[in-house]
Design a protein around this ligand. Structure first.
Ligand code: ARG
Length: 473
């Protein structure tokens, strides 16, 4: 490509914007290596919104004429239609979304198109585009979390009395109700929403006006652009405005935690669906069979959620590493922020969209859950608490119950199946009121305080959760 001084760009002309400075074109490989249009074209809508707000401010301040503004508005609206209609021709030689749109604008409206970039640089432009994109993505993700939270509440409500073993070390620990277990995930997602909303505050600041790095000599009105684009304020230092990607890192950290929560739930669904547990069945539409073992029904979707968590965690590390040694201000390294960010958004979005439906399709096998709870001496703590309440120091009660469990295990019976004289061998304090204590329902109902598994408390937790959802809608 030779240096071109033409002032009138032709449609499809891919002369580089800065070509006046260069003697030789870049090789095709370098062009491909440096171009971002293949992935940043998805910022097009935000690029257009940012350009419109910038142009309106330029016209309001007399930096460009009102005729120019009208032409820019007309041209950008046509470009928007071309992009939406799939007719827009993206050119690799034009490097990125910004130059592709600007070139097309100039082809459509002539010199007015060339005036759009006054008092702006791609550095503040791209930072603005990403922030607009991420703000919209965060809003969508929060909505999807709410949908999943509703699905959890719906399921939890149906399982206020469904007994299952609560585990520690994946060993049967104490009886809980399934609704209580589900509500633990509601809490995690609640924190996820809080984190995203907090991150959104820092996303929602305007970089435009910083120009390349130092600000601009034109009398720009940054507050006007911020208002026009719905930003809550402007980035207060021009160097920081063009180089900051903290907001993307924060988002990825929040996204990694969302995936971590969904991965933990997935792990449980996988375990519970395994015939060794047999607690639940997932709807067929989330599973596949095996090409060799006819009996198999594999929980592919939860397994993939668990697997995809790795890539989102990876994106967080990728962005942290991208930023760690960059001098101020903008460096081309920053172009590498987009693919990790986009993929983190896409992965979390798709995972949440699938999850609500998957929860709705869970079939709970009550009998198996209950059976597993009775098999594991889950009420042993209740017996110890009973003895303690009768005056035995807890450590001694613990020891007495350990002996009782050993005896029951040898005889292959549950604690509640031992006779009163058998139980009394371990402590004379045991009387016949023990049998209500040793039932699963007795154990559940006794954990009757905020945060406990007693069904009345789980019902109250669900009520509070519904109120939280209403407040946070
Ligand atoms: N495509 C670039 C990016 O994503 C846009 C900014 C380019 N700025 C520059 N000075 N080369 O970061």
């Amino acid at each position: 490509m030779t240096a071109s001084k033409s002032t009138e760009a032709l449609p499809g002309d891919n002369t580089n914007t800065w070509s006046g400075r260069f003697d030789e074109p870049v090789s095709e490989l370098v062009q491909r290596y440096t171009a971002s249009v293949g992935f940043d074209k998805r910022l097009a809508e935000y690029d257009i919104q940012g350009s419109l707000a910038h142009a309106r401010m330029l016209a309001a301040g007399g930096i460009i004429g009102h005729h120019d503004l009208a032409a820019i508005e007309r041209g950008l609206s046509q470009i928007r239609q071309e992009i939406q209609g799939g007719e827009f021709v993206w050119q690799l030689a034009l490097e990125d979304v910004h130059l592709n749109i600007e070139k097309r604008l100039t082809a459509l409206i002539g010199d007015a198109g060339k005036r759009l970039h006054t008092a702006r640089s791609r550095n503040d432009q791209v930072a603005t585009d990403i922030r607009l994109y991420l703000r919209a993505s965060i809003d969508r993700i929060i909505d999807l979390i709410h949908v999943m939270q509703n699905a959890l509440l719906h399921l939890a409500e149906q399982h206020l009395d469904t007994v299952m073993p609560g585990f520690t070390h994946l060993q049967v620990a104490q009886p809980i109700v399934f609704g209580h277990h589900l509500m633990a995930y509601f809490e995690m997602l609640k924190r996820d929403v809080e984190r995203l909303s907090d991150c959104r505050k820092r996303v929602n600041k305007l970089p435009l006006g910083a120009a390349a790095l130092a600000g601009t000599s034109y009398p720009v009105d940054r507050a006007m652009v911020a208002r026009e684009l719905g930003f809550e304020g402007v980035c207060e230092n021009s160097l920081d405005a063009v180089s900051d990607r903290d907001f993307a890192i924060e988002f990825c950290a929040a996204a990694a935690l969302i995936m971590t929560h969904l991965s933990r739930l997935s792990e449980e669904l996988i375990l519970w669906m395994s015939p060794s547990f047999g607690f639940i069945d997932l709807a067929d539409r989330f599973c596949t069979g095996s090409s060799i073992m006819p009996q198999k029904k594999n929980p592919d979707v939860p397994e993939l959620v668990r697997g995809k968590t790795g890539r989102v965690n990876g994106h967080l590390v990728a962005l942290l590493t991208l930023m760690k040694a960059q001098p101020l201000a903008y460096n081309k390294d920053n172009q590498e922020d987009k693919e990790p960010l986009f993929d983190a958004v896409d992965t979390v979005t798709d995972t949440l969209r699938i999850y609500a439906d998957m929860l709705a399709g869970i079939r709970v096998k009550h009998a198996a859950m209950r059976e597993a709870t009775t098999r594991g001496y889950a009420t042993a703590t209740d017996l110890a608490d009973y003895l303690t309440k009768k005056g035995l120091p807890f450590r001694e009660a613990h020891e007495a119950v350990a002996q009782a469990v050993r005896f029951a295990e040898k005889n292959n019976r549950d604690l509640s199946a031992l006779t009163l004289p058998e139980l009394q061998q371990f402590s004379p304090l045991i009387e016949d009121d023990i049998f209500t204590v040793l039932t699963l329902e007795g154990s559940l109902n006794s954990r009757n305080h905020i945060g406990g598994t007693a069904p009345v408390q789980v019902a109250a937790a669900i009520r509070r959760a519904r109120e939280w959802l209403l407040r946070n809608r």
